[in-house]
Design a binder for this molecule. Structure first.
Ligand SMILES: [Fe+2]
Length: 443
């Protein structure tokens, strides 16, 4: 949406007032006896009060009415949202999904919340340690209802259709090839403009951070100034038919009614906010001599575990770039990984999977399950004349990589292609390379 304004920076101490109410932010204190315009002060904590300063997250919201003015929460049914990781038996096989089907509005109107489907995950929202991966497919805007995730942060990756995300902090337009992060507890509503699809990485118990850069230095990868934060915007229209707050709490949905919009924040300040980022701003660093840098070089955001260097989940992208490595097999190599890898494709063709991996689909390579380029990719790139070339032009693939051993859900298993039936054929050709007469002298 043209005309939306944003603040810039990652995790800054921001301050914003709706232009209709200048001076709405209290001067010099957070919680005056009487706030300007008779607003109510409300703190939203994103970390324990006693967290060290670099990890301490909170914002102060100045609202027309406080959030507490709602009727009790009651349980709400949802067909495909779950945190039950024991729905199906463990299966280490590679899984691949065709583009997730978007319902037709003419057949059934589905909004962002009702269009959520949990694919896989691990861990425990109650213990505040874990991950869930969801798909959203929808065709209708959320009307007089909003969502809040009490369980963790949501990193949203639109794949088809832009989403207008209205939050307590203001509005963000997020198009495909951009991402947004709605942190734990922040209320938001999603408007869509047609058939809409995307991916969500949810983490329990940690917030996303920019990765440390080590010897790269002070600049590079996702630069902090490219992150955009909404500006304060309030809605004070009466909602005579009732406004529904949907709360995901311990993996289950609950709803509560109130008679006003939750987007009634006139001014706010703090360092705990939603934000968005355009993936085209990612500064790619890669090998300029030979061999591969590890894919961690493509990390946009990381949600750290308590173990040094080990993430609950990393958000990693494979953007267009130059490939210049000499005497090197340039596509991703064959590997087995101590992490779980869920991949999605926003647009284009992923270099290591020439067939069968389409925008809007996905794949799951579980912990230590072998994977790598298909036979066509191997053949082509083993004999390619190496010269500087553009790689992944017009493509944006991404990976949610997790140190958790993720389990697929019933819905995930019902909708995937079982690779033992169809997919392994793309490696059949490699098997023909087996030479029973191979000897060391064959070099
Ligand atoms: Fe991999």
């Amino acid at each position: 949406m043209a005309g939306l304004q944003y603040l810039t920076g990652f995790g800054n101490e921001f301050a914003s007032e709706d232009l209709r109410c200048p001076g709405a932010l209290p001067d010099g204190q957070n919680n005056p006896q009487v706030c300007p315009y008779g607003l109510y002060a409300e703190q939203l904590s994103g970390s324990a009060f006693t967290c060290p300063r670099p990890a301490n997250k909170r914002s102060w919201l100045y609202r027309i009415l406080p959030s507490v003015c709602h009727k009790p929460f009651t349980a709400m049914h949802h067909d495909n949202l779950t945190d039950n990781w024991d729905e199906v038996e463990p299966d280490p096989n590679q899984l691949r999904w065709l583009p997730f089907i978007i319902p037709k509005a003419s057949e059934k109107k589905v909004d962002f919340v009702m269009g959520l489907h949990t694919v896989c995950g691990a861990g425990d929202a109650k213990a505040r340690n874990g991950i869930a991966i969801h798909i959203y497919t929808c065709n209708t805007s959320m009307i007089d209802r909003c969502f809040q995730n009490s369980d963790g942060d949501l990193l949203i990756v639109p794949q088809q259709g832009g989403i207008l995300v209205t939050t307590e902090f203001g509005k963000m337009m997020v198009e495909p090839n951009e991402i947004c992060v709605i942190q734990q507890g922040m209320r938001f509503s999603v408007d869509v403009y047609g058939e809409t699809r995307g991916y969500i990485l949810e983490v329990y118990g940690a917030h996303f951070e920019l990765p440390d850069l080590g010897p790269i230095g002070a600049n590079g990868l996702a630069n902090p100034r490219d992150f955009l934060v909404p500006v304060a915007w309030y809605d004070n229209h009466p909602v005579s038919s009732g406004y529904t707050i949907i709360n995901k709490y311990q993996g289950k949905l609950f709803s509560a009614q109130q008679d006003f919009s939750p987007f009634n924040v006139v001014a706010w300040h703090g360092n705990y906010t939603p934000y968005k980022y355009n993936l085209e701003n990612f500064m790619v660093i890669n090998s300029v001599a030979f061999d591969h840098a590890d894919p961690s070089i493509f990390t946009v955001l990381t949600a750290k575990s308590t173990r040094p260097g080990v993430a609950i989940a990393d958000f990693v992208i494979f953007p267009p770039r130059w490939g210049v490595a000499d005497h090197t097999f340039r596509p991703p190599y064959y590997h087995r990984n101590c992490m779980s890898e869920f991949m999605g494709l926003i647009r284009g063709h992923y270099e290591a999977k020439e067939e069968g991996f389409q925008p809007g689909g996905g794949s799951l390579h579980s912990m230590m399950t072998p994977h790598g380029p298909d036979a066509d990719c191997f053949e082509k790139n083993s004999s390619a004349i190496l010269k500087p070339e553009r790689v992944a032009e017009g493509t944006m693939a991404f990976m949610f990589e997790s140190s958790f051993s993720m389990a697929v859900t019933r819905w995930g298993l019902d909708t995937c292609q079982r690779l033992d039936k169809s997919y392994y054929k793309c490696w059949e050709q490699l098997k023909s390379h087996f030479n029973p007469n191979w000897r060391p002298s064959s070099k």
